[in-house]
Design a protein around this ligand. Structure first.
Ligand SMILES: *[C@@H]1O[C@H](CO)[C@@H](O)[C@H](O)[C@H]1NC(C)=O
Length: 509
């Protein structure tokens, strides 16, 4: 709108500038919440949470992830399925480990628990790391799954067959509601274990609403690992009811590299520890620095060896050439995973892939564009300060241009959310994404003293605490985001935010 010039244009300008700096360009809130200091001790290796399933060579460390979404970018390998008319189909990669012998790589599956009449044949692999030799790591892709359908699947043979289930994602579409859980890191600490538990609290609401038998939810939140582990089976039965449909995991899995010679037994224990979730819902993996396992001093100079052997991601179907950067579509979201620890300079494979990927995102089909990258680009803590800076310099312009809605990161031992106003920070453009860091509680010794001061203007909310978040897509225009602080086993919504889709609410702010 064109207005006649005021009588005091300079004064007006001054007022605008002043208001601007007051309203838009100051730093946000530094939460005064300070968590109790607790000792960071490992859970002992004989904890129930690491228990090996009973039976000779029983499958363990079960995990699965979405394999391919053929709707728009089924390339190369998936061509055969497109020819088979499976454009709308979805596939799942199921992975597990058998410790003593190869056993079977076959997955039986179906929608009727008592009649798993379909089967798919996978393959197994092993790797050595210094003086460690892994078990037999199986990966099996199953194709032609119906959308939004509960499938049961069974792995193992003889007395050690184990059955799990998952619900396939709904058909991709612009107004498909979808709920993501967001998790930073897990370490083997009882108080971090609470993060996982909190994800299950939703179950109990669903559970009570359905009028099923009562469960003492104290068991879940008490932090009593034995009881909690005992509750595992109960919990698992309610997987289908839980709120989050997939987990966006922003990197740093086992922390095996914290142990002598990167003791890869820790990769196994971690796999067993998270199986209670990973066997039932897809986790979208992002590689963090703790996945590098780069140890030339013990002859292990090939980065990501344990991670790539154990966790398979759908990179080929998104045209990527390495499992560290890739994309997939879930619900109404297009998710791009980037690699902080793989080259991203101009002409590198990751750079070229991202350059080609962003224009392919169809916001009419998937309005929400979410990026996961381990090392945050906006981080006002002194931990890992500016580590994400070179990648920000490379790609930020593209993110603004292509209206990325949100960038989730981990790495830092705290929580932070950036402002969104388009007036000054992070960049002067209403299309700039919101940046969220969901780190862990790793170093708990006085993290509050380790923030940069004053709080930078890009930082809307920060708290030296830990938790998990839920990103709840309602439709093409709105998504509700909430960060839940986990403290002493209680869940508190400490920060929340309504997202207006960058593409469907053309920024007039
Ligand atoms: C590997 O070597 C370390 C020390 O060099 C030793 O403590 C550990 O027991 C060895 N592990 C195996 C599986 O041989």
């Amino acid at each position: 709108m064109h207005r006649p010039a005021g009588a005091f244009p300079c004064l007006r300008l001054l007022v605008v500038l002043t208001l601007g700096s007051v309203n838009f360009c100051d730093g946000g809130i530094t939460s005064s919440f300070s968590r109790k200091l607790q000792k960071s001790v490992d859970m002992p290796l004989d904890s129930d949470v690491f228990r090996v399933p009973s039976g000779h060579n029983a499958p363990q460390q079960v995990t699965f992830c979405n394999a391919v979404f053929l709707t728009s970018f089924g390339l190369n390998l998936m061509k055969v399925h497109i020819t088979l008319g499976n454009h709308d189909g979805s596939s799942m990669i199921i992975s597990w480990v058998t410790q003593d012998e190869p056993g079977s790589s076959k997955v039986l599956y179906g929608t009727d628990k008592d009649h798993l009449h379909k089967s798919a044949q996978g393959k197994h692999t092993r790797y050595k790391f210094y003086n460690y030799t892994s078990g037999y790591i199986h990966h099996c892709t199953i194709h032609h799954l119906q959308h939004d359908t509960k499938y049961y699947y069974a792995i193992g043979i003889g007395h050690t067959v184990r059955t799990f289930w998952f619900t396939t994602p709904p058909k991709v579409g612009p107004d498909v509601p979808y709920i993501f859980g967001l998790i930073g890191k897990f370490i083997y600490m009882p108080w971090l274990y609470a993060i996982l538990q909190v994800l299950y609290t939703f179950l109990f609401f669903a559970f009570h609403c359905h009028g099923s038998k009562l469960v003492d939810s104290q068991h879940i939140l008490s932090g009593d690992l034995r009881q909690t582990y005992d509750s595992n089976i109960t919990l698992s039965h309610y997987e289908a009811n839980r709120k989050a449909q997939a987990v966006l995991y922003v990197g740093d899995l086992s922390y095996a590299d914290h142990y002598p010679n990167h003791d890869n037994v820790r990769w196994d224990t971690w796999g067993r520890f998270v199986e209670r979730s990973t066997a039932y819902q897809p986790w979208i993996w992002t590689a963090g620095n703790h996945e590098l396992d780069f140890a030339p001093e013990i002859g292990e100079a090939k980065p990501f060896k344990p991670f790539t052997h154990r966790y398979h991601v759908p990179y080929i179907s998104s045209g990527s050439t390495a499992p560290f950067w890739y994309s997939l579509k879930l619900g109404s979201a297009h998710i791009i995973v980037l690699a902080s620890y793989s080259a991203y300079g101009k002409y590198t494979p990751q750079y070229s892939w991202l350059e080609a990927e962003l224009p392919k995102v169809n916001r009419t089909e998937t309005p929400w564009l979410i990026v996961l990258v381990h090392s945050p680009w906006y981080n006002s803590y002194n931990y890992h300060f500016m580590e994400g800076e070179s990648m920000r310099v490379m790609f930020e312009q593209w993110f603004v241009q292509y209206k990325v809605d949100v960038v989730f990161s981990g790495h830092v031992h705290a929580y932070e959310r950036s402002v969104v106003n388009g007036k000054c920070e992070p960049v002067v453009d209403g299309s700039a994404p919101v940046y969220v860091t969901i780190g862990d509680g790793g170093n708990i010794e006085g993290p509050a003293n380790n923030m940069t001061e004053p709080q930078p203007s890009y930082s809307a909310f920060r708290e030296a605490s830990f938790g998990h978040a839920v990103f709840e897509i309602k439709n093409r225009t709105h998504a509700y985001y909430a960060w839940h602080r986990n403290q002493d086993g209680n869940e508190v919504v400490a920060d929340s935010f309504w997202f207006y889709n960058r593409s469907w609410n053309s920024a007039d702010i």
